[in-house]
Design a protein around this ligand. Sequence first.
Ligand code: 5GP
Length: 199
Amino acid sequence: MSPDATAASRRGKLIVISGPSGTGKTSICNALLERLPNAEWSVSATTRPRRGNETNGAAYSFISREEFGRRREGGEFLEWAEYLGELYGTPLAAVTDAVQAGHHVIMEIEVQGGKQVADRMPESIRIFVLPPDMESLQARLAGRKTESAEHQARRLAAADGEIAFARDCGAYHFFVTNDGLQETVAEVMEIIEREINGA
Ligand code: 5GP
């Protein structure tokens, strides 16, 4: 193997998980973090208000719009998007450092961001999680105690557009339907292992 090929084979993979709010993406990502050796979470920056159960710097860094704009102008994001009026972005340096150190990076991002990652880092693995049907999505969103009914309704309304965009944009090669967490995690693990092993 050439030195370049050896370095490439030691590099970690970027794993993008997308899907409408309420499809169980976060539970899937948490399970992947436990099961996949050498995996780490990409901590996004966002302008959305912190929910009561969230710690700054864990799932997200919570920053102001001014700070977000400054980082965006400075080219600090691998991708960024506006979702329901709030800004979300993935810090580029953290991702490239981790991948170069041989870690797999799990990014839970929405579809505009997924498309940008597909364009900038085509070697990434991009998986879109579908709900079994819209009724179960509605039920899951309604079960969340962390958001207002109005926020839940806006997220549900966005779901159709996100699914249509994911199907049309060509960024996602894998679509999995989450009709049971265990089975879905197994399916996603299988995809990732196959891609990592270059099969
Ligand atoms: P939430 O407010 O529920 O945490 O996230 C709203 C949406 O933003 C979800 O679809 C989530 O996956 C997405 N998201 C979270 N972080 C990022 C990011 O860094 N970039 C992009 N493009 N989307 C993100």
